[in-house]
Design a protein around this ligand. Structure first.
Ligand code: SAH
Ligand code: DHB
Ligand code: MG
Length: 221
C-alpha cells in the first residue's frame, strides 16, 4: 500500500469534485496557525458529510468533537436557514478558533459550540430535550465512542444517521489483542452497534490524505 499515491489520488478527486472554497481553506489555515492538530476530515470526507446531511434533509445536526470547525462548516452548509448544528468541544481554545471560523464561513447563526467534556454537554442536551437530531457525527476522544453512541441513539429520530469517524485506525480495530485505547473504544462501540436492534449499520475502510482509517454509519430504524 503506497500512502503517497493515496494522497495524490485524494488531491485529484478533491480538485475535480470537491468545491472547497476560501472559507473552508481559511478554516484549516487558521487552525494550523493556532497550533491545532491537523486531524480534521479530508475535503472529500467533509463533502460526504454535507451530502449525507442533504440526503437526510437534516434540520438538526449534532457533532461531538469540533476542533477548528472544519467538518461542522461542511455539515452546517447543508442546513436550511432555520436549521441548527450543535457541536461539542472540550478545549476552549479549539472552540474559540472554531467560532471565528464559523463567522468567516457565514454559518455562525446556524451553529452553537458547547464547551466542556462532551459527556457533560450530552447530559445537559438530554435534560433540555434538545433532540431529536437528524444526523450525529461522532469524532472526539475515541475511547468514549460507546457512550457517545448511546447518547446519539437517545437524541435521534427514526431515519437519522449516526456517523463515527476513525472507525478503522490503520486496521487496529480488527486486532482482537489491541491495547490501543482508541481502537478498544471503537471495538466496544461496534460490538454494541452490532447487538443493537434499533439500528442497522455498516462500516467502510478509507485511504487518502488522512491515511488509512474509516467511517462507521448506523441508521436509526
Ligand atoms: N470533527 C473535527 C475534528 C475533531 S478532532 C473535524 O473533522 O473538523 C477531535 C476533537 O475532539 C478535538 O478538538 C478534541 O479537543 C475534542 N475532544 C477530545 N476529547 C473530548 C471530550 N471528552 N469532549 C469533547 N471534545 C473532546
Ligand atoms: C486522529 C484523526 C482523527 O480524525 C481524529 O478525530 C482524532 C485523531 C489521528 O490521526 O490521530
Ligand atoms: Mg476524526
Amino acid at each position: 500500500m503506497h500512502i503517497e499515491h493515496a494522497d495524490a489520488v485524494d488531491r485529484y478527486l478533491c480538485d475535480l469534485l470537491v468545491q472547497e472554497d476560501d472559507a473552508l481553506r481559511d478554516a484549516v489555515r487558521a487552525s494550523d496557525e493556532a497550533g491545532l492538530p491537523a486531524i480534521q476530515v479530508a475535503p472529500n470526507q467533509g463533502k460526504l458529510l454535507h451530502m449525507l446531511a442533504s440526503m437526510l434533509r437534516a434540520r438538526r445536526i449534532l457533532e461531538i468533537g469540533t476542533l477548528g470547525g472544519y467538518s461542522a462548516i461542511w455539515m452546517a452548509r447543508a442546513l436550511p436557514p432555520d436549521g441548527r448544528l450543535i457541536t461539542l468541544e472540550l478545549d476552549p481554545k479549539h472552540a474559540q478558533i472554531a467560532r471565528s471560523n464559523f463567522i468567516r464561513a457565514g454559518v455562525a447563526s446556524l451553529v452553537d459550540v458547547h464547551v466542556g467534556p462532551a459527556l457533560h454537554s450530552l447530559e445537559a442536551l438530554g435534560r433540555e430535550h434538545a433532540g431529536p437530531f437528524d444526523l450525529v457525527f461522532i469524532d472526539a476522544d475515541k475511547q468514549s465512542t460507546p457512550e457517545y453512541f448511546a447518547w446519539a441513539l437517545r437524541l435521534t429520530r427514526p431515519g437519522a444517521a449516526i456517523v463515527i469517524d476513525n472507525a478503522i485506525r490503520r486496521g487496529e480495530v480488527a486486532n482482537a489483542e489491541t491495547t490501543d485505547p482508541g481502537a478498544l473504544g471503537i471495538r466496544r462501540a461496534l460490538a454494541i452497534i452490532a447487538a443493537e436492534p434499533r439500528v442497522t449499520a455498516s462500516a467502510l475502510q478509507t485511504v487518502g490524505s488522512k491515511g488509512y482509517d474509516g467511517f462507521a454509519i448506523a441508521v436509526v430504524k
